[in-house]
Design a protein around this ligand. Structure first.
Ligand code: COA
Length: 137
């Protein structure tokens, strides 16, 4: 398995993966938006590639204050094979390189299994705030 930066040509496979894991956000996860994201911050989308397939992905908002992780998704065909572990470790390494002392992420309340996964990786729930969102025009 190769852990590497996302490229424009990965888009179709990444979209399929996000849809298969119910993580695809209409209007937010467009090819153009992901292209702008990696142009601005090249390490901010990391993919796990296995035999030409995109097995998993994670997005980062890299900041030395708090680095945020988003959209950790492992394709159902690759679950339980260490892909999620490899991606979150890489994301934490990138945060470390950016000198971030903290990292944060949000998990939907209904995703008890994902929460267990993060707890195994040393993450703790600090509050139950919900994400608020606005399109900037
Ligand atoms: C949650 C998710 C990222 C885990 O990725 P994964 O590649 O399957 O996890 P790994 O193989 O690296 O497993 C790491 C550890 O977590 C545990 N784990 C993984 N999925 C688990 C689950 N569904 N329930 C309980 N434990 C789980 C594994 O048993 C393993 O434990 P071990 O290290 O003691 O053996 C993946 O299942 C996924 O993408 N789910 C759908 C999307 C999602 O919910 N994303 C999170 C959004 S916030």
């Amino acid at each position: 398995m190769e852990i590497r930066g996302y490229r424009d040509e990965d888009y179709g496979k990444v979209k399929e993966l996000l849809m298969a894991t119910d993580m695809y956000a209409e209007g937010v996860d467009t090819k153009d938006a992901l292209g702008r994201k990696i142009k601005f911050s090249p390490d901010s989308i990391i993919a796990a590639e296995e035999n030409g397939k995109i097995a998993g992905v994670i997005y980062l908002t890299i900041d030395p204050w708090i680095t945020f992780l988003h959209h950790l998704a492992v394709h159902p065909d690759f679950e339980g094979k260490g892909v999620g572990t490899a991606l979150i470790e890489e994301a934490e390494n990138i945060a470390k390189k950016a000198n971030a002392k903290w990292a944060a992420l949000m998990v939907e309340t209904k995703k008890a299994e994902a929460r267990k996964f993060y707890e195994k990786k040393g993450w703790k729930t600090v509050n139950t705030n919900n994400l608020m969102f606005k399109e900037i025009k």
